[in-house]
Design a protein around this ligand. Structure first.
Ligand SMILES: Nc1nc2c(ncn2[C@@H]2O[C@H](COP(=O)(O)OP(=O)(O)OP(=O)(O)O)[C@@H](O)[C@H]2O)c(=O)[nH]1
Ligand SMILES: [Mg+2]
Ligand SMILES: [Zn+2]
Length: 362
């Protein structure tokens, strides 16, 4: 196995130590980083045979890792074995982090092994502070530094209103941009380091792909532009409600000439959190702080004497809507977790039934 070019893809010792000797010795085994997941096709990047370049190839996925969206994420590292023309996934390496959500009542992986999560939200009617808090909870839960990007500031007379709302959430890195004005993008260069993996998430139409294209080209920073660069597709949003048309339909990982790794994702209709209780608490750390001053450790904040939350709500120190949103997210999260467990049990049951049926037929 060759590793010289893998570092540029984000490879590190963390992954290397997961390989066993047999795999390291086998010339037909390669490690690859998943770069795109389409409906029927999975692509991955790895070292080419001449080790001169990084190449993208189609990989085959065994049945045990299907449905793919529940087992493999763009950004994952996999061990693959060459069989005839193709590589087939043998196993998936443990990731440094992986974000997931609940979609159609099923766990869905979004992407993996990230350094930053760029949460894009636009300075128009699309903006929604509560939704932003969901995205922040997602980042915190999976231990990825969130960066909030307020896009389309050129379209708003008073984008400071949105910035004020963002600043009320628990996030430090906030940038206001117009993707078509290079000056506003310059501060983002702090994140554009070789082998850094940055995923772009947010609703449809907020300008994720537009921003990926602009940062990818990097003409702003040092004048280099990749020859083979095919820009991500973008499209106008609807005039009436400012919603996007779901232009990007799959997750895709791209590496620019400076070695920065970008993952563009399709706009999410809604973000249902799953297994994200700690992320929610971190997002609402102000509320958790109040709760620590409650007289009773197991305070339910309903009617107890000496409840710091109730006192703060009464005095207005804690905003009622903010508190309700926190409770709503926690409740929904608990519900989703039960649902998912239920779906898992149902799945197992169906599998067992199927096995029994097969045995019976024999
Ligand atoms: N004025 C202005 N328009 C922008 C900006 N960023 C993106 N747009 C426009 O917004 C529209 C949607 O942009 P996309 O990049 O396709 O949005 P997206 O987030 O990738 O959307 P999906 O792929 O559907 O999730 C396009 O018409 C862009 O030209 C910006 O900063 N300012
Ligand atoms: Mg897009
Ligand atoms: Zn209390």
């Amino acid at each position: 196995m060759n590793f010289t070019k893998l570092q540029s893809l984000g490879w590190s010792n963390f992954f290397l130590q997961q390989l066993d000797f047999e795999q390291l010795d086998n010339p037909d085994i390669q490690v690859l980083r998943i770069s795109a997941i389409h409906r029927d096709v999975i692509k991955a990047l790895g070292e080419s045979d001449d080790a001169d370049n990084v190449v993208e190839q189609t990989v085959l996925c065994p049945l045990e890792y299907r449905p793919v969206s529940q087992f493999i994420a763009v950004g994952d590292w996999v061990v693959a074995q060459k069989t005839n023309e193709h590589y087939k996934i043998v196993n998936i390496l443990e990731s440094q982090n992986r974000i997931e959500r609940l979609s159609n009542q099923q766990r869905q992986l979004i992407c993996a092994n990230l350094d930053y999560l760029f949460i894009v939200t636009s300075a128009n009617d699309e903006f929604n502070q509560k939704r932003l808090q969901r995205y922040l909870a997602l980042a915190y839960e999976f231990d990825i530094t969130p960066v909030v990007i307020l896009s389309k500031i050129d379209e708003s007379e008073d984008f400071y209103i949105y910035l004020d709302q963002i600043k009320k959430t628990n996030v430090d890195l906030v940038y206001a941009i117009n993707s078509f004005d290079a000056e506003t993008l310059k501060p983002l260069s702090d994140f554009l380091l070789p082998a850094n993996s940055i995923a772009f998430v947010g609703s449809s139409g907020v300008g994720k792909s537009t921003l990926v294209n602009q940062l990818f080209a990097e003409t702003l920073f040092d004048g280099i532009m990749s020859d083979e660069f095919k820009p991500m597709k973008t499209a106008d949003i609807r005039d009436d409600d400012k919603k996007g048309k779901h232009t990007t339909t799959h997750r895709e990982l791209l590496i620019n000439k400076s070695g920065v790794i970008f993952i563009d994702t399709p706009g999410m209709r809604e973000l249902q959190l799953l297994n994200a209780q700690q992320g929610i608490e971190f997002t609402f750390v102000d509320i958790v702080d109040f709760a620590q001053s409650c007289k009773f450790k197991n305070c339910s904040h309903q009617n107890e004497k000496g409840c710091a939350i109730l006192t703060a709500l009464q005095s207005g120190e804690l905003d009622v809507e903010h508190y309700n949103n926190y409770k709503k997210l926690l409740k929904e999260e608990a519900f989703n977790q039960r649902q998912e467990l239920g779906a898992y049990a149902e799945n197992q049951y169906q599998k067992e039934l199927h096995m029994m049926y097969k045995q019976h037929k024999r």
